[in-house]
Design a protein around this ligand. Structure first.
Ligand code: UDX
Length: 432
């Protein structure tokens, strides 16, 4: 099948590369000329395990091409829209890029085309895009909602082996095309769920908001554990063992970040406000998340009795989660800004996010080549991202090179008992 993908960011690149890999002829379009030149040369603007190889292989085999030009749309049977929907001032999703892409697509349509919205968009956008496009073209087309559920760091796997594919359309023609495109990736027990566009649009928000709610709920329980002398790990296992609850997304920590959860939760609250529905649970989810991002700095303030100015701190992890260099809404930003604001000096280590961090912090913090260099002479270590390479360090070496053996573990990656035995003053999240 001939496919165009408009928007060569995270979602667009993963979708484009995976769809090319399953045998389609795909053109990824982006208005950013520099980005398209890089991609043509085989360089990716983002870090995602396995994606660079997938892109290069499919470019070599001539199934995947890049362009700043919408010409390929004229011959495509399916066009995906995967442009950004950043939050506006009131938290609602800004649809400027989606509408601009839709207008440009409309101008290039020739024969029947299914236009598929992969960007996360507010309920009603599929209808809005169809109406806007109908004003610009005589060609036949359908607009389909097909939200993306991929996780950064596991995006290719999530695309190729999805839990489900959600397709929102009333058109039989569009359904057939989407069923054909996704056939290589779904199995009987992992179905394509066909539904109306509004339900499909809301499914994405509901899923992300539900997951964010689980995290904030556990962060509240963790705080309660600290106050009443319980251990959140035990509580998590005990509650998660109930099949109705399950174990995933119950890890307390320094709060959720990334490009999706914060944005989608606030967009859903805004959608509720516009329609007269007060989504109080989600407001509390946001409130808890803000508090949680400050949790490590609060603990440090208590430990040092407020005397943080002039201290030298080590920070392990900058990305909002492991296996990505994405720092959007990363709790690390909050932790580092909090400590800098109180006059501390910061030295960081992250396996891949340092280049991104440099853009954000400039020369306000310094970077270390290894986790061990990072802790040299430090007054405390803050663990903010749970990279695997941080999990089993040589504790003796770390304790000996730190000035003060204090660890604030924002991801509970260390065993409190082992830390104390190794001579550390240890603070986790929700632990005794
Ligand atoms: C998320 C959704 O999982 C994905 O389906 C959607 O398409 C996009 O948003 P992503 O943002 O890549 O994906 O990351 P995810 O792995 O979901 O983690 C989000 C945040 O929650 C991270 O900051 C992570 O550290 C935090 N988290 C996750 C927790 O604090 N505890 C958990 O138990 C799980």
């Amino acid at each position: 099948m001939r496919i165009s993908v408009v928007g060569s960011g995270y979602v667009g690149l993963v979708a484009g590369a995976c769809l090319a890999d399953s045998g389609n002829a795909v053109t990824c379009i982006d208005t950013d000329e520099q980005k398209i030149r890089w991609l043509e040369d085989g360089y990716l603007p983002i870090y995602e395990p396995g994606l660079e190889d997938l892109v290069r292989r499919n470019v070599r085999q001539k199934r995947l091409a890049f362009s700043t030009d919408y010409a390929s749309v004229a011959k495509a049977q399916v066009v995906f829209i995967a442009v950004g929907t950043p939050p506006g001032d009131d938290g609602s999703a800004d649809l400027r890029h989606v509408l601009a892409a839709a207008a440009e697509i409309a101008r290039h349509l020739r024969e029947y085309t299914a236009v598929v919205l992969k960007s996360t968009v507010p309920v009603g956008t599929t209808d809005q895009v169809r109406e806007a496009m109908a004003r610009l073209t005589e060609a036949e087309f359908d607009v389909v909602s097909n939200p993306e559920f991929l996780k950064e760091g596991a995006a290719i796997d999530d695309f190729q082996k999805p839990d489900r594919v959600v397709v929102g359309t009333a058109s039989e023609r569009a359904r057939k095309l989407l069923a054909e495109i996704y056939a290589p990736f779904v199995r009987t027990e992992k179905p394509i769920l066909f539904m109306d566009p509004r339900s499909a649009e809301l499914t994405k928000y509901a899923a992300n908001a539900m997951l964010a709610t689980r995290i904030s709920f556990m962060n509240d329980i963790a705080l309660l554990c600290e106050r009443i002398g319980a251990d959140v790990d035990q509580v998590r296992k005990g509650a998660g063992a109930d099949r109705r609850i399950g174990y995933s997304f119950l890890f307390p920590g320094v709060g959720y970040g990334g490009s999706c959860f914060p944005k989608d939760v606030s967009a859903l609250i805004a959608a509720g406000r516009e329609t007269g529905v007060d989504l109080e649970i989600l407001k509390a989810v946001e409130h808890t998340n803000r508090r949680q991002k400050r949790a490590l700095v609060d603990k440090a303030m208590r430990h040092f009795a407020g005397a943080i100015a002039g201290k030298r701190f080590a920070v392990w992890g900058l990305a909002f989660k492991p296996k990505t260099d994405d720092m959007r809404e990363s709790p690390a930003v909050e932790v580092i800004e909090g400590l800098l604001g109180k006059g501390a000096t910061i030295r960081c280590h992250d396996p891949v996010a340092e280049a991104v961090a440099e853009k954000h912090f400039g020369a306000r913090i310094s970077y270390a080549e290894t986790p061990y260099d990072c802790v040299e002479g430090a007054d405390a270590l803050f663990v903010v991202t749970e990279w695997n390479q941080f999990r089993k360090p040589d504790l003796t070496r770390i304790r000996q090179s730190m000035r003060l053996p204090v660890v604030f573990d924002g991801r509970n990656i260390f065993d409190p008992e082992a830390m104390r035995e190794a001579g550390f003053v240890y603070y986790g999240i929700g632990r005794r």
